[in-house]
Design a binder for this molecule. Structure first.
Ligand code: CU
Length: 156
């Protein structure tokens, strides 16, 4: 009986990117464009707790450096700014997506390809959490939730 409960718990843990205070859905990293070794990670971070959470990024092997970035448009140009941390109010979600907030991954020391998994280590309220980010093609449908919205947007 005890082992049945235990395995049910294991299934729960492995089916969702779980942390004490946050839940990350659709985590993914784009395979770097050929000839480059820098890319970015995305997903939706939900604060499931009753107070604000802070999310800092620690490491993501085999990338040499990681940063949290915010994108913004200034005078028609996209610029990226490094953030020390993301702050997510209680019950709120933060979406990491192309053209918005993202986890910047610099200088992979070995090739990163589709179907690999990048284990990203982060600090959530100063507690260490690791989250698995599958590597996907930027052409795949998981990579483009925005585009689906566009398709449904018809002019009459
Ligand atoms: Cu960036």
């Amino acid at each position: 009986m005890k082992s049945m409960i235990l395995s049910a718990v294991m299934v729960l843990i492995s089916s969702a990117a779980f942390a004490a205070d946050i839940e990350i859905s659709n985590p993914h990293v784009f395979a770097p464009i050929k000839g480059t070794n820098t890319t970015a990670g995305f997903g939706t971070i939900k604060n499931t707790s009753k107070s604000e959470v802070t999310v800092k990024i620690v490491e993501a092997k085999p990338f040499k450096a990681v940063e949290l970035h915010e994108s913004s448009e200034k005078n028609g140009r996209m610029t990226m700014t490094k953030m020390e941390m993301y702050k997510i109010p209680a019950g709120q979600t933060l979406e990491l997506k192309p053209g918005g907030n993202h986890i910047m991954l610099f200088d992979a020391t070995k090739p990163v390809q589709e179907k690999q998994t990048i284990v990203i280590k982060m600090m959530v309220n100063d507690k260490e959490q690791t989250v698995n980010f599958p590597v996907i093609s930027r052409m795949s449908k998981e990579a483009k939730p925005e585009e689906k919205k566009e398709e449904g947007h018809h002019h009459h």
